[in-house]
Design a protein around this ligand. Sequence first.
Ligand code: ADP
Ligand code: MG
Length: 343
Amino acid sequence: MSYIEIKNIYKIFGPHPKKALKMAQNGENKDNILAKTGHTVGLQNVSLSIEQGETFVVMGLSGSGKSTLIRHLNRLIDPTAGEILFGGENILQMTTARLNAFRRAKLGMVFQRFGLLPHRSVIDNVAYGLEIQRTDKAERLKSARTWIERVGLAGYEDSFPDQLSGGMQQRVGLARALTTDPEVLLMDEAFSALDPLIRSDMQDELMKLQSELHKTIIFITHDLDEALKLGDRIAILKDGALIQVGRPEEIVMNPADDYVRAFTRDVNRSKVLRAKTLMRPTGASDDVTTANTTGWPEIDSNMRLEDILPIAIACPYGISVIDHDHQKIGTLSKDQVIAALAA
Ligand SMILES: Nc1ncnc2c1ncn2[C@@H]1O[C@H](COP(=O)(O)OP(=O)(O)O)[C@@H](O)[C@H]1O
Ligand SMILES: [Mg+2]
């Protein structure tokens, strides 16, 4: 069983969801259900398994159900039908006391509009979660100071939110979410309000932190480039239904339908495709590793096409692909690299 299990969730918005639910369960689409019942389908039979330590991105156009999905995970809303398990525990059956404890101990949230308390300094905003947990003052300030430093804001402890840029405010938001050491970070369009360069910095910052912290991150975005950059896996929603779940390469190489294809059409493939996806594996029928590969450049199997290209162009023969143990696991030819770019 995965760390988070979302099982056949339906969410119908409206006063009498029963009939609309039946229709949704019979596979009727969102537009028809709205026309016939006046009820909005927020989610339609969504099932997902999310592993501990992965960065799981949920992507889709505005109105596709992303926020509705993430709000189920902290039970800001409850499903019309379906189950949600965290570490095997059904969160829909939690008592209010258990739910509050669960939220405080396990979940950290980062919002699009930062959600900082305007009359509190940076350090008091960051320490807020620990204050709620009644951690003593010296300890919570010490912890807050550590996280402020880790997100690159040392020196701004006593500033107030409105004295900071958007990017800095979101760093405070991130530090605040991390100070209570949650297992799960819920981030709903957390970077969507930021300017492109700042946004890219925040993505890098999050990836750096994640490589050290290994949190389970559920990250919502409507931006495929952001999804491909951050996600270990990506789920794509349309009209409340799950269209595809996969690794970035899978989404780009094998879009499940025209909706996903429309998203992926303009993607820079060279930033997504990696050596291990493109290579001829050692031992395959068209394997060339029996050829003399001495003198071939060696590249890491995780290297991306954009970094492989200059190597491929400069080398007259082939490239050896090696794994993290420095074992050769495949080969790449210049033609293959160019074909991958052109496809
Ligand atoms: N509280 C609500 N009441 C009625 N309809 C809602 C509510 N919240 C969301 N919806 C509807 O559910 C669908 C999904 O919305 P949402 O999850 O906010 O999408 P996204 O976050 O992907 O933009 C939309 O059709 C939206 O209008
Ligand atoms: Mg939303």
